[in-house]
Ligand binder design. Structure first.
Ligand code: SF4
Length: 73
């Protein structure tokens, strides 16, 4: 769990690195979605995640395709 006042950050997926495992969509289906045609993950929710959760997602991606972009205003 993240603290309620924790900073939120935006996420990004490097489509060239994504290998379509789907871990990100499984963990955060409101933020990541795999393409029906190409099984490449894309960010669908710009609201992002609490920083600690974002770091966990970065860590759980097997191809290193997920990164943190910037704090959400
Ligand atoms: S966890 Fe990483 S490799 Fe797997 S679908 Fe998401 S971005 Fe792609």
């Amino acid at each position: 769990m993240s603290a309620p006042d924790e900073e939120r950050v935006s996420m990004a997926v490097d489509e060239d690195r994504c290998i379509g495992i789907g871990q990100c969509e499984l963990l955060e289906p409101d933020v990541f979605r795999l393409g029906d045609e190409d099984a490449i993950s894309r960010v669908v929710d710009g609201v992002g995640l609490a920083r600690s959760r974002a770091l966990e997602l970065v860590d759980r991606c097997p191809s290193g395709a997920i990164s943190i972009v910037e704090p959400v205003a």
